[in-house]
Ligand binder design. Structure first.
Ligand SMILES: Cc1ncc(COP(=O)(O)O)c(C=O)c1O
Length: 425
């Protein structure tokens, strides 16, 4: 095809998301991760608050994690069917939910697709009410919003991914619950009455509302005959062992847990009542790699570490919440040091396992270019984080020198403010 050969970057087909990290205008290619840091191909280190978009929870190349994982590898990687390791893992994960079964997947998009199919089989209806980013498969992403934008952001409502998608249309409507008001939900339930089988909610959006509203939302959807799915892909195994729905007793029919279960290895679980999960056979909810074992070994190793006390904290999840809270405070303090606290700061999300930048200025909130320019300035001082998306911390971030982080962030905020000022002047 065409003339010359592809450069090292062009060989990989990216979505926009993996092109985000740049330094001096160049896309970064990473070569190594150690504890809470990563290095690029030139050996430049960065404090990593991306954490692979959430899966890394203990840290990169953690010695204890690697040792436990390697110990398991002598049993093989794939056997003819499920194994005692899968069984043990579900016993540990779902110990507090004795009536539940779990189905194994590699990605959360798969687990959410499985939940959609169970809902359709249970209710006989294909339509979905969706709130939040719930995966990249067609019915999950087609005609969706910028879900991670705050409710009042001018960027939130722009419809995206409108081309080339199936599994969406008049007979199988996919309706967005945009503003998280119960009146709007009631209106959607009424408008698509008789065609809706499933309600799915990204637990991260719980940080935009209250447990009480969500409890009512789940109850209203169940009342209307929908199967309810709480998607704990970002939160389960991160803000706590099982996530928001379980901790707040919301009572959704199914929960999806993904990302942080296995410190970076691909594992996602769909859990719910044994009767409902018994439909898995008729629904054909598995593929070749569903029974792959490296991710299960990694998940067992992750639990071995997180279940134990860390410092003064009773377990790793509590300590991670403390670390994320401290990280957000360091960025907020740095913004004040740089005199930009009226524009930007940071807040812990759902207890601190995640944190995010907050924009106090509406003009800045609507200015994606200027927001992304801040990420470039942070990368220039050796800090990688996310924008328009929560950022993530791991246990190894306990090592952070908080004074150094605050000072580096101050430099980035100052440099950003200076260039923005020059541009606008
Ligand atoms: C809430 C939620 N659901 C589903 C997904 C899809 O997960 P995966 O990328 O593993 O398919 C994501 C990914 O970011 C997510 O945040």
């Amino acid at each position: 095809m065409g003339g010359g050969s592809l450069s090292e970057y062009e060989r990989i087909a990216h979505s926009k998301i993996t092109r985000k990290f740049r330094s001096a205008g160049q896309q970064l290619l990473f070569s190594r991760g150690r504890r809470g840091e990563v290095s690029d191909a030139n050996g430049v280190p960065y404090i990593d608050f991306v954490m692979g978009y959430g899966p890394v929870i203990i840290g990169h190349a953690d010695a204890q994690f690697n040792e436990i994982l390697c110990g398991y590898l002598g049993n093989g990687v794939m056997l003819p069917g499920y194994t005692t390791f899968h069984q043990e893992y579900l016993d540990r994960l779902l110990g507090e939910r004795p009536g539940d079964r779990g189905a194994f997947f590699k990605t959360a998009s798969e687990a959410v697709t499985a939940a959609f199919r169970l809902a359709a089989m249970r209710t006989g209806r294909l339509g979905i009410i969706r709130s939040g980013y719930v995966g990249w498969h067609d019915a999950q992403i087609a005609d969706s919003l910028k879900w991670h934008e705050p409710l009042h952001s001018p960027l939130r409502n722009k419809l995206r991914y409108t081309d080339g998608m199936r599994g969406i249309g008049d007979t199988e409507p996919v309706a967005n619950w945009v503003d998280l008001r119960l009146e709007s939900l009631a209106e959607l339930l009424e408008r698509h009455r008789g065609r809706l089988g499933c309600f799915v909610f990204d637990a991260y959006l719980a940080s935009f509302t209250t447990p009480d509203v969500l409890r009512q939302a789940v109850a209203m959807c169940r009342e209307a005959g929908l199967l309810t799915v709480f998607d704990e892909t970002k939160t389960g195994g991160r803000i706590s062992a099982l996530g928001y729905d379980h901790d707040n007793a919301l009572g959704s029919d199914l929960i999806v847990i993904g990302k942080a279960l296995a410190n970076g290895a691909p594992l996602s679980i769909l859990a719910g009542d044994a009767d409902l999960l018994a439909l898995a056979e008729r629904a054909r909810l598995s593929g070749t790699f569903s029974k792959e074992m490296i991710a299960v070994y990694a998940a067992l190793a992750t639990r071995d570490i997180l279940e134990k006390p860390v410092g003064d904290a009773p377990d790793g999840w509590t300590e991670i919440g403390r670390i994320g809270t401290e990280t957000a405070a360091a960025f907020t303090a740095a913004a004040a040091d740089a005199g930009v606290e009226a524009l930007v700061g940071a807040r812990p999300v759902l207890g601190g396992g995640m944190f995010e930048l907050v924009y106090h200025d509406v003009e800045l909130l609507g200015d994606k270019e200027r927001r992304e320019a801040l990420l470039a300035e942070l990368a220039a001082v050796g800090i990688l984080l996310l924008e328009g998306h929560p950022s993530f911390v791991c246990l190894a971030h306990r090592d952070i020198d908080w004074g150094d982080l605050r000072e580096r962030a101050r430099q980035a905020f100052e440099a950003w403010n200076a260039t923005a000022g020059a541009g606008r002047g």
